[in-house]
Write a protein that binds this ligand. Structure first.
Ligand code: SF4
Length: 439
């Protein structure tokens, strides 16, 4: 039997695409291996958001040249956001002859046929331009975990933040129908899934053909018996409705956590980022969320060094972090993505300043995370166990409802997929340690 491996970069949308691609390969009788070097077929599922992504990607591509030289039957496939850009496809075609199959984010469903054609003809197969208005769902998915699942509810994005390449690579936003999503989650629950993460670039702008919005969807998923936890990723502040906020009061399965990217604490920067909210509106949302759900955990994304960002404008971001007291934040140094408006803005910030600001930002974010985590010391928190900890295999690891990473000791075995009460002994910046509470 032939073996395959998938290398996944980027966001949870890509992770879920990889699960679907794995499902296709499983049903074609390929066997998964976690070692790409012993695989007969490798899929590289790419991301184009990060700085130097192209360089890293092409470096990795180069490493497969020798494998191909030694094994003419080895198949290398490229998919994800990178091939959505013509210049990348041209470069692969011109300089990386050992790539066999290239497909895009809208043509994932074509992958089995592309593979069959490649095997039959020996010729390179490329299919990037699919029908971006069509929503593809897949029957076979190889989930990373038996007890939890990622479920796409929207695809693409209409927001055109000036720094972001996603609307150009993933296309315009489309929502699945509420009934379709609920049907999928019911079927997952029958297969042992107890936690679902509703996925999209901007989940809270979900609107299906029957007029159902995101809060309607959460309320329906909340009714599914065996589902115990509902999460979503990612939301946009401009689309947070009061109806959604009320779900935190009414839906007991909705986890007490929201990832709400603020990006900057300065209104002028937010305007130039094309974010469609200002700092006061962001703070108003946080107040409302905390009113209906006082212990909600709030995480965010922040970009430093956006073109033209003055020191005072950067300080506004620091002030906002101190005021909101985030539980955690993904912090990014702005890097121009070719093809986005901000890449052509004047006043790009020198690297040295960007890095200095990043260090100051990280320090304040980390202080805030630690302070928040400390509040859980000596408390008992329910943890959905993902498996043994990679850091210490005598410990188990999982997530609390508020998405904290918890490592803990237990005298019991086989805890994966269980919700276990954990007494927190020690809070750190990025995780918490504890032990199973057996009182
Ligand atoms: S909301 Fe903005 S940052 Fe998020 S995917 Fe859409 S364009 Fe990119």
């Amino acid at each position: 039997m032939k073996k395959y491996n998938i290398i996944t970069y980027g966001c949870q949308m890509n992770e879920h695409d990889s699960e679907n691609i794995a499902g296709m390969l499983d049903s074609m009788n390929y066997i998964y291996t976690d070692n790409p070097l012993e695989a007969d077929l490798v899929v590289m599922n790419t991301c184009s958001i990060r700085e130097h992504a192209d360089k890293r990607f092409f470096g990795m591509l180069g490493q497969f040249k020798n494998i191909k030289k030694n094994n003419r039957d080895f198949i290398l496939c490229i998919c994800g956001c990178m091939p959505q850009q013509d210049r990348i496809v041209e470069e692969i075609k011109n300089s990386f002859s050992w790539v066999d199959i290239i497909f895009g984010t809208h043509t994932i469903g074509e992958f089995p046929n592309l593979l069959k054609k490649r095997l039959e003809t020996g010729k390179k197969q490329i299919s990037i331009v699919g029908d971006s208005s069509k929503i593809c769902t897949f029957e076979n998915t190889r989930r990373l975990f038996k007890h939890k699942a990622l479920v796409n509810i929207t695809y693409g994005c209409n927001n055109f933040c000036t720094y972001c390449i996603v609307p150009y690579t993933r296309g315009r936003e489309k929502s699945r129908s509420l009934d379709d999503v609920v049907r999928e989650i019911k079927s997952l629950s029958e297969d042992g899934v107890i936690e679902v993460t509703l996925l999209g670039q901007n989940v809270n702008s979900f609107k299906d053909i029957n007029g159902n919005d995101f809060s309607d969807l959460i309320r329906e998923v909340n009714k599914i018996d065996r589902i115990k936890r509902i999460r979503f990723m990612t939301s946009h502040p401009k689309d947070i409705s009061d109806n959604l906020i009320e779900c935190y009061r009414d839906c007991e399965k909705l986890c007490k956590h929201i990832h709400l990217p603020v990006q900057s604490g300065n209104n002028e920067i937010l305007r130039r980022m094309n974010r469609h909210y200002d700092v006061d509106r962001y703070k108003e949302i946080i107040l409302k969320l905390r009113k209906v759900c006082p212990d909600i955990a709030i995480s965010t994304d922040i970009i430093v060094g956006f073109p033209g960002e003055s020191d005072d404008e950067f300080k506004d971001t620091l002030d906002l972090i101190k005021e909101v007291q985030f539980d955690s934040a993904f912090t990014f140094i702005y890097s121009p993505r070719p093809g986005t408006p901000a890449a052509d803005f004047d006043n790009q910030i020198p690297d040295k300043i960007k890095h200095e600001r990043f260090d100051r930002l990280t320090e304040i974010v980390n202080e805030s995370s630690l302070r928040k985590n400390k509040m859980l010391e000596n408390k008992i928190v329910p943890v959905l166990v993902d498996g043994k900890s990679k850091r210490n295999n005598k410990m188990w690891t999982g997530r609390s409802e508020d998405f904290k990473l918890i490592n803990f000791f237990s005298k019991r075995e086989n805890l994966t997929g269980e919700i276990v009460p954990v007494l927190i002994d020690e809070a750190k910046t990025f995780s918490l340690d504890g032990r199973e509470d057996i009182s």
